[in-house]
Structure formats: structure tokens, C-alpha cells
Design a protein around this ligand. Structure first.
Ligand code: ADP
Ligand code: MG
Ligand code: MG
Length: 255
């Protein structure tokens, strides 16, 4: 049993005009085996939370803690976070021209496992994972994220999740929403990962529709930089019906 604890987290985005406080006291605990959905309106700070935990240099933690089994995640380097069992899709580069997916994934696996996987075994592992996830074999030879469609970026993310096999996955589904293909890839990938057992998932999303395919144990509403309400899957149904107006005073759809 592993636990990821976010305690009274305050954080800022660093802009050219200075630091802009966004996270406003986030409290959240995810245990292995649980799927938590974080839902909130545009601009509420959901992606900031993910970036801040990932250790992105454009974001600064002002106070509070993030603990993985009692260990201080915020004191760790990005590689140490990965080795400790935390998966954050955005801690990896957006585009890496000239580096194939296969090599990129091997480097990531080396960081997580502490040693480079044997080439032959690795090739087999990647092939198996790609076939399980219904990914075309040519994908392995493509440059990382170069010219990837939204759906292909999501395939990349899910492939990493499968191969790196972390204890906790934090997935930010972005506010622009996913097309039907990407939605299927993410849902199937997350369900497969969760189905291994003992995995904690923090799924950040603006829309309720992905929750038709992934059943969360807990739903948290995020507004103005913190969790303002927590409940079960029924909270997502309420959001689908009424949007975020109860939490923000502004009408915004969550469907
Ligand atoms: P969400 O993911 O919930 O839509 P974000 O975390 O992306 O919200 O954004 C929270 C707030 O931080 C917004 O007001 C946004 O404009 C601001 N913000 C985020 N990133 C930056 C940035 N790089 N520069 C300036 N402002 C930013
Ligand atoms: Mg949930
Ligand atoms: Mg976002």
C-alpha cells in the first residue's frame, strides 16, 4: 500500500511579470488502488498542480508538502521522482526531433529502474506493450512527439505508463478535450494500468465524458487553486448536469 499526500500546497507560476500565485492550499490524498478525478473550470490551476508536482522550472512551490510514502517529493530531482514511482506525463519533453520513441522510452526506463534495460529484452517489452495497446509498430521509430496528433501524444503517454509501471500516475487531460480516438486510448490505457492492481491514479480533467469510460472512486472539484469539494462518482454526474456554477458563480459546462 502506497500513499501520495498533497498537504496545504501553495504554488506560483513564474511569468515575465513575476510570480503569480495560483495554488491556494491544495489538500489531497491518493492511496494505491484508487482512481481520483480532479475536475474544475478553465484557469482554476489544475495543470499548475500537475506541473508543480512534476518539478517544472516555470512553477514554484511556495509552501506545503507532497509526500510519497512519507518521502518529500519536492526535495527530489525529476529523475528521483520517477524512480520513487511517480509518473507525470509532462515531466517528459514535448518534442524531441531525431530521438526515436523506442530510444526515448529506454532512457526513461533507465531513469526509473536505475539501470538500462537489456536491448533485446527491451525491444520485446516495447513490442508487447505496443501490441497490447493496439499501437502500430512503426510508432517505435518515429521521433518523439514530432508531428504527433493529439491521439498519438496520448498513445505515447499511455505507452510510457505501461512500460514504466509507476506506483502513481498523474494525468492531465487538458481543457481542449480529446477526440474520440484519444479518449479511447487514454481510457483503455488507464484501465489496463489500474487493472494491474495497487496503482494510484490522479486524473485531471475539465470534462465529465472520460469518466464514462474510467470509473473514479473519488471526484474532487478544483476551483481557484484548491479542492473545494470531494465526493464519489455521483459528483461528476452533478457537474455534468449543472457545470461548475455552484463552485465559481460563473456558468461553465463540465460536460
Ligand atoms: P487549468 O489547467 O485549470 O485550466 P492552469 O493551471 O493552466 O489552469 O492555469 C491557472 C492560471 O495560471 C490561469 O489563470 C493561467 O492564466 C495562469 N497561468 C498558467 N500558466 C501560465 C504561464 N505560463 N504564464 C502566465 N500565466 C499562466
Ligand atoms: Mg476519483
Ligand atoms: Mg489545464
Amino acid at each position: 500500500m502506497a500513499t501520495l499526500e498533497i498537504k496545504d500546497l501553495h504554488g506560483s507560476v513564474l511569468t515575465e511579470d513575476g510570480a503569480k500565485p495560483i495554488l491556494n492550499g491544495v489538500n489531497l490524498t491518493v492511496r494505491s488502488g484508487e482512481i481520483h478525478a480532479i475536475m474544475g473550470p478553465n484557469g482554476s490551476g489544475k495543470s499548475t498542480l500537475a506541473y508543480a508536482i512534476a518539478g517544472h522550472p516555470k512553477y514554484r512551490i511556495d509552501s506545503g508538502t507532497v509526500l510519497l510514502d512519507g518521502e518529500d517529493v519536492l526535495e527530489m530531482t525529476v529523475d528521483e521522482r520517477a524512480r520513487a514511482g511517480l509518473f507525470l506525463a509532462m515531466q517528459y519533453p514535448v518534442e524531441v526531433p531525431g530521438v526515436s520513441m523506442s530510444n526515448f522510452l529506454r532512457t526513461a526506463a533507465t531513469a526509473v529502474r536505475g539501470e538500462a534495460p537489456q536491448i533485446r529484452k527491451w525491444v520485446k517489452e516495447v513490442k508487447q506493450a505496443m501490441s497490447d495497446l493496439d499501437i502500430d509498430p512503426s510508432f517505435a521509430e518515429r521521433s518523439v512527439n514530432e508531428g504527433f496528433s493529439g491521439g498519438e501524444k496520448k498513445r505515447h503517454e499511455i505507452l510510457q505508463l505501461d512500460l514504466l509501471d509507476p506506483k502513481f500516475a498523474i494525468l492531465d487531460e487538458t481543457d481542449s478535450g480529446l477526440d474520440v480516438d484519444a479518449l479511447r486510448v487514454v481510457s483503455e490505457g488507464v484501465n489496463k494500468y489500474h487493472g494491474k492492481g495497487g496503482k494510484g491514479v490522479l486524473l485531471i480533467t475539465h470534462y465529465t465524458r472520460i469518466l464514462k469510460h474510467i470509473t473514479p472512486d473519488y471526484v474532487h472539484v478544483f476551483a481557484e487553486g484548491k479542492v473545494v469539494e470531494s465526493g464519489g462518482a455521483e459528483l461528476a454526474d452533478e457537474l455534468e448536469e449543472n457545470g461548475y456554477v455552484r463552485f465559481t458563480g460563473k456558468k461553465e459546462a463540465a460536460a
